[in-house]
Design a protein around this ligand. Structure first.
Ligand code: FE2
Length: 437
């Protein structure tokens, strides 16, 4: 067994090094010299003990262990384009600070096939390799802790190494996928057909700004177009939101100025349109740059005001239903979607519910908020005996949804959305068979 100590290196840089630098060659060289030979063969042997679903035992058209092949004319997309597309949907700024960096492995610059899966395991690994995917999109990041030693006897490290060697990218969106609009929590609401007003249990407080500029009427549309195409003017499910107000502006160009309107030394009073838009922090600089680039004035006035955000993103959701639902009806809905176990308070449980809290995966971090908010029901996974006792003591019914099954079911819905969006770009996106319905 060879162990290469990397204590001086911090994550996630080590895996970027593995792909693009000396370290890849060093690791690959060391590993190739081992008697066990090809890592992939070793993993196949190792995982043969893992029961494979019947439809994965033989993959039509697969080319196990060999070079990847793609039919001619298959569309390719830049890695950075795909990452920025996914990050617009599920901004990393929504992630909790303890999440690792989302790009866990940076592979080749061009991507042909994307696989969506909950996490990296041997079954997912096999599917990636045998079906020649070059981009793996996950919810659970495979790399959490700094690696202090490297061994081919460790199946997890071997998988990561093989993905690096094959230049297969791994992007993991963890709590940002939980928190985002259209993320896992909102997918549960959709799957369970819970109709009501939904609010995050723990709202994320993104910084949002009001951006204001003043343009001559002749350039109103050009500047608006530049703002909208730079992600300005988005509010909830609406885009291209702006407020336009006509008025008059004054200025006196000084010596050295090259004014679009008027003459040096003379006060001008001109017709202008005040444009107001909301802009998220992530897009603020690009919107301001777009205004500068499209504005006819030598020195445009651009005002940026911070806004207090009510927030529609964050961990978990509390749904206040438009119509109450009976315990029987809720449990019927649940039984159609996932397995569950109900933990009721000893007495006085309501037989109809109006306020339902939910959090796919583990809702343990939301326990205090839940007890404060007092929903009648909390749907989540991985609460301890004592957590459940506290909920029940507060009169809250706990429905325990298995962590993986609950998240896989929600991820399936996210995948359907992604597939439609990627189809427009001609890219192939598939779902890991563990998530398929
Ligand atoms: Fe999870």
């Amino acid at each position: 067994m060879i162990q290469v100590y990397c204590q001086a290196l911090e994550f996630p840089y080590i895996f970027n090094y593995l792909v693009h630098s000396f370290w890849e060659r060093a690791f690959a060289s060391l590993i190739r010299k081992q008697e066990c030979g090809n890592i992939y063969s070793a993993l196949r042997a190792h995982s043969s003990a893992v029961e494979q679903p019947a439809h994965n035992r033989s993959v039509p058209g697969s080319n196990p262990g060999g070079p990847t092949t793609h039919s001619k004319g298959e569309k390719m997309e830049k890695l950075e384009t795909i990452i920025s597309f996914l990050e617009k949907l599920f901004p990393p700024s929504l992630a909790v600070s303890s999440d690792p960096p989302p790009l866990q492995i940076k592979g080749q610059d061009q991507v042909k096939k994307i696989l969506v899966a909950l996490e990296l395991n041997l079954r997912v690994f096999h599917q990636v390799i045998e079906e020649s995917y070059d981009f793996l999109y996950l919810h659970h990041p495979p790399i959490w802790e700094p690696i202090t030693s490297f061994s081919i006897d460790n199946p997890w490290l071997s998988m990561l190494n093989e993905l690096c060697r094959r230049k297969i990218s791994v992007l993991a969106h963890h709590t940002n996928l939980d928190s985002a609009k259209g993320g896992l929590a909102e997918q549960w609401i959709k799957i369970l057909s819970l109709e009501g007003r939904a609010q995050p249990i723990e709202p994320h407080s993104p910084r949002e700004f009001k951006v204001v500029t003043f343009v001559p009427p002749s350039h109103r549309e050009k500047v608006l177009e530049a703002i909208f195409s730079s992600e300005g003017g988005k509010i909830g499910n609406y885009e291209e939101c702006s407020f336009l107000l006509s008025g008059k502006g004054t200025f006196r160009p000084q010596a050295g100025a090259r004014p679009f309107l008027g003459k040096v030394g003379e006060r001008e009073k001109v017709e202008e349109v005040r444009i107001e838009v909301n802009v998220g922090e992530a897009f603020l600089s690009q919107v301001v740059e777009a205004i500068f680039a499209s504005h006819p004035y030598e020195q445009p006035a651009i005002d940026v005001y911070p806004l207090f955000s009510l927030g529609d993103t964050g961990l978990g959701r509390i749904v206040t239903l438009f119509s109450n639902i009976s315990q029987k009806d809720l449990e019927e809905k649940l039984s159609l979607v996932f397995p569950f176990v109900a933990y009721h308070p000893d007495d006085n449980s309501p037989i109809t519910y109006q306020k339902i809290a939910l959090c796919p995966g583990s809702g343990k971090s939301l326990l205090e908020k839940i007890i404060q908010e007092k929903p009648q029901v909390f749907l989540t996974g991985e609460l301890s005996h004592h957590d459940i006792a506290r909920l029940n003591l507060g009169g809250i019914i706990y429905y325990s949804i298995p962590h993986e099954e609950g998240e896989r079911r929600a991820l399936r819905e996210v995948y359907y959305d992604l597939k439609e969006r990627f189809k427009e770009q001609g890219l192939k996106v598939e779902l890991n068979f563990e998530i398929e319905g």
